[in-house]
Design a binder for this molecule. Structure first.
Ligand SMILES: Nc1ncnc2c1ncn2[C@@H]1O[C@H](COP(=O)(O)OP(=O)(O)O)[C@@H](O)[C@H]1O
Ligand SMILES: [Mg+2]
Length: 365
């Protein structure tokens, strides 16, 4: 059979995106089909560079083409990506170049929320996404230190308004609400200030184009957190918990809070899940077992994964070089990469469902 663009497209109609449950042709993910005698090349445009199924999709495409055209000598499947944007008018007004905004939240402090926010941001950037990170924890802004950043952002005049340039390290852009707060201001003042000034603050930063902007939220589920969750136009939230019962109760409260303001919970991450003794390799469940997974089942929010306790994770934070950057081949960094990819997939699924709902509504009306 002669190899044609149409024939290749037909073969690729049998390849599904396992997350989006549709074939790549229907999803408009196929581009630039080239046939040169019996050499074939095809571009696949994924919805995120951090796609956990990149290799599988690539292999499935190759297999489908081989099946229909056994005579093909060389099949090149080039994997590219274009991150889908969360359609939200408020977000577009405040953060015009930002496609998705994600809150990292926790019911209480000290569960590793900031550590996870930093490592997820760096992991997504290393996978090829454009990423920004905002330290919105007014109680204890810690992200600049964890990112090895000591300076303050530069301010410049852009026509009538003053703009701020985000700081940069490890390929991501960073801002902290801490830059707004006088270190000596009492915490009681920070709440109203934060929620009132956040919108302004966000639109005063020249972010440029970003695929993902990650917010390290203040811990807890009180008024300040609620106001922030309403103020920031969020694509979704991620809840960090530890396996302990008290921490899980707090995580439940966090989930309820986001439901109240109509922000979808994209997933649950369990931190400090277990410890593997480096000398014996024995696994210890220090804070219990299975809490995050049970919570995810109970609350019908995806479980994105569990991160073990490891001194290298803490040391990375203390010295300002996140473990996913410093020791990317370590087991712990690999776990965080896998969580980052699952999160990116959840965002793609949400955005794809939202587009469909919109089309359905348009067709009905
Ligand atoms: N998986 C982990 N293994 C070891 N230490 C961790 C881990 N996660 C967090 N830590 C450490 O625990 C402390 C609290 O983490 P942090 O990210 O600041 O929590 P939060 O932002 O929730 O208050 C920090 O010293 C951090 O380095
Ligand atoms: Mg923190």
């Amino acid at each position: 059979m002669q190899i044609t663009q149409e024939g290749i497209l037909n073969a690729l109609k049998r390849v599904n995106d396992p997350d989006l449950h549709k074939d790549l042709v229907t999803l408009k993910m196929i581009d630039n089909i080239q046939v040169n005698e019996n050499k074939i090349s095809v571009d696949v445009i994924l919805t995120t560079p951090a796609c956990p199924l990149k290799d599988k999709i690539q292999q499935d495409c190759e297999n489908a083409i081989k099946e229909d055209f056994p005579e093909a000598k060389e099949i090149t499947i080039k994997m590219t990506s274009k991150v889908a944007a969360h359609a939200n008018e408020v977000k577009d007004a405040i953060l015009p170049g930002v496609k998705n905004t994600i809150a990292i939240a926790s019911g209480k402090g000290g569960v590793g929320k900031s550590t996870i926010a930093v490592n997820l941001a760096v992991a997504l950037a290393k996978d090829g996404a454009k990423v920004g990170l905002i330290d919105a924890d007014i109680y204890g802004p810690s992200i600049p230190l964890m990112m090895g950043i000591k300076e303050k952002p530069r301010v410049y005049q852009d026509k009538e308004t003053m703009k701020m340039l985000p700081l940069e390290n490890f390929g991501i852009k960073l801002m902290s609400i801490g830059f707004l707060i006088d270190d000596n201001a009492p915490v009681i003042w920070r709440g109203p200030m934060a929620s009132g000034a956040v919108k302004q603050f966000l639109s005063d930063v020249s972010w440029g184009e970003l695929d993902y902007l990650i917010f390290d939220m203040p811990p807890g589920t009180g008024d300040i957190q609620l106001t922030l969750a309403q103020t920031i136009p969020l694509t979704g939230a991620v809840i960090v918990t530890t396996p302990q019962e008290v921490s899980l109760i707090d995580a439940r409260k966090g989930l309820k809070m986001f439901h109240r303001v109509n922000v979808p919970v994209l997933g649950i991450i369990e931190n400090m899940s277990y410890f593997i003794a480096p000398d014996t390799g024995i696994k210890y469940d220090i804070f219990g077992n299975g809490g995050g997974e049970n919570l995810s089942a109970e609350l019908e929010a995806p479980f994105l994964g569990g991160i073990p306790i490891d001194p290298r994770i803490r040391i990375g934070g203390d010295k300002g070089v996140p473990i996913v950057f410093d020791i990317p081949d370590s087991e712990h960094a690999k776990i965080i990469y896998s969580i980052a990819r699952k999160l990116a997939a959840q965002i793609s699924i949400r955005n794809s469902n939202a587009t469909e709902t919109k089309i359905e509504i348009l067709m009905e009306s």
